[in-house]
Design a protein. Structure first.
Length: 478
């Protein structure tokens, strides 16, 4: 009698492939990245980054406006956006990874427009500063969400191009902000700049809602850590308060020394809290990776130099060269050339990333040294040459630095990597504006040119020193 047919085993055998468990963290899609998606995401980046620099061109107009801001209130107007932007970037990245990146992007665009509305309606410096802070919170949601979405929807072979485009948009955002601020200052008013942002953010939100794909929530995403966020943001705020207010109170005054001590204490408490917490904002031990540590430093220092230049550039061209606001904004265009052309060459570079990163930072430092020699009689053509050197350095190092930060972390922490990279940019930008503005105020007796020379030389030497540190910090691994 034939034996009955055996049923297939219900449990897998060694020869039976086991299907992986369902995951909310899928592998990158193999389909080519759509140009429309890349364009919209990069447009969001450009606008968010542009508002970091746009107010620089309006400093002369704001100083003489009916708000009657003090010199420190002018600095806070520029830096409030950047401080909130930088302080909330990492938790905003974690928020997008955990609850949805597209939702974070759309929420960020809404906050961005709301803050611009408050700024446009400001009747006091405090209201203007508060509006800038709200917009900064929106930008903090926008930036990591855009990078994280790109990392999720781009195929592996498309990622270098996507990151280079994202980096280019961030760099060009500063230049676009300068041009937009200059045009508003020349032909409209400082309020018009903020009013323009409102419909622009609405159009971007509509385009993103229709064309940007919704990515799955990430399993194992970084935790939301309110205490860690408060400690880290508070430490940065105290540090910048000490730098910005030092010309008024004196570097050795009790108030300034207390601000620096508080900033150091809050950062130390953040590190202690993060090391002990089961679900920290981010684990400081990620900085034990040499490449990530060096790339984060290089990113911060590159924007420290770039935004130091942005802050003095508009005032130099208007006060010393006699340019109108619009012409001063357009005069920054040489900075776009290197940022547009050089990243394409850097993306094809087959040499060690440390050579690209260190070489780019060195060029930024040398360009800043050259710009520090400018005075009222310096031909614009010569000044533009120094801008080209700075732009070439920025275009060379930024894609490599960004890819090193994001690539040093696992895919499920793409939002954290983007947050670290962008936070380093904004911390560098905030410190650049604060240090440069403080140096100008401290050298008021030497005139603007004396302060500009001192400020750019200090910044240049910091960038050149950092170039050496970053080059060595990458190590020998390619």
């Amino acid at each position: 009698m034939p034996s009955p047919a055996l049923k297939p085993p219900t449990s897998p055998t060694p020869s039976t492939p086991v299907a992986p468990p369902a995951s909310t963290d899928p592998a990158p899609a193999p389909a080519p990245l759509k140009r429309s998606t890349l364009f919209i995401l990069c447009a969001c980046v450009l606008v968010a980054q542009g508002m970091v620099a746009a107010v620089n061109l309006l400093v002369p107009q704001l100083s003489s406006s009916g708000l009657h801001p003090s010199s420190s209130e002018i600095l806070w107007t520029v830096d409030a956006y950047v401080i909130v932007f930088a302080g909330l970037l990492i938790p905003a990245g974690a928020l997008g990874d955990r609850y949805g990146r597209k939702g974070a992007l759309l929420t960020g665009l809404g906050l961005f427009a709301a803050g611009a509305t408050v700024s446009a309606l400001a009747v006091s410096p405090a209201m203007l500063i508060a509006g800038r802070g709200v917009s900064g919170a929106g930008a903090a949601l926008i930036m990591p969400a855009t990078m994280s979405i790109l990392m999720r929807v781009a195929a592996q072979e498309d990622r270098p191009r996507a990151i280079a485009s994202w980096t280019l948009a961030a760099g060009l955002g500063g230049l676009t902000g300068n041009i937009g601020g200059g045009l508003a200052g020349q032909y409209l008013s400082w309020r018009a700049l903020f009013w323009v942002v409102v419909p622009l953010a609405a159009l971007l939100a509509l385009a993103a809602a229709r064309a940007v794909p919704r990515t799955d929530k990430t399993a194992g995403a970084p935790a939301l850590d309110p205490l860690g966020t408060l400690l880290l943001t508070g430490g940065l705020l105290a540090l910048l308060f000490g730098i910005i207010e030092s010309p008024m109170y004196g570097w050795t005054s009790a108030r300034i020394l207390a601000a620096f001590a508080l900033g150091a204490a809050l950062v130390a408490l953040f590190v202690t809290h993060a090391l002990r917490s089961r679900a920290p904002l981010f684990d400081p031990r990620v900085f034990t990776t040499p490449r990530l540590r060096a790339a984060t430093l290089g990113t911060a220092v590159s924007f420290f130099g770039l935004f130091s230049l942005f802050y003095v550039n508009s005032q130099y061209l208007q006060y010393e060269k006699g340019y109108g606001a619009a012409r001063a904004g357009l005069a920054i265009i040489p900075l776009t050339i290197g940022m547009v052309l050089v990243p394409k060459l850097a993306a094809r570079w087959s040499g060690p990333p440390r050579a690209v990163a260190g070489g780019g930072l060195l060029l930024i430092g040398l360009g800043l040294l050259g710009a520090s020699t400018a005075d009222g009689s310096t031909p614009y053509a010569l000044y533009a040459c120094w801008l080209l050197v700075i732009s070439a350095g920025t275009g060379l190092c930024m894609p490599a630095l960004t890819l090193s930060v994001v690539g040093s972390l696992p895919p499920h922490q793409a939002g954290l990597g983007s947050g670290l990279s962008t936070s380093a940019r904004e911390v560098g930008a905030a410190l650049g504006v604060a240090v440069t503005g403080t140096t100008l105020a401290s050298h008021a007796s030497d005139g603007f040119l004396g302060g500009m020379e001192a400020a750019l030389r200090v910044v240049a030497f910091v960038v050149i020193a950092a170039a050496a540190v970053v080059t060595l910090g990458y190590g020998k691994k390619r």
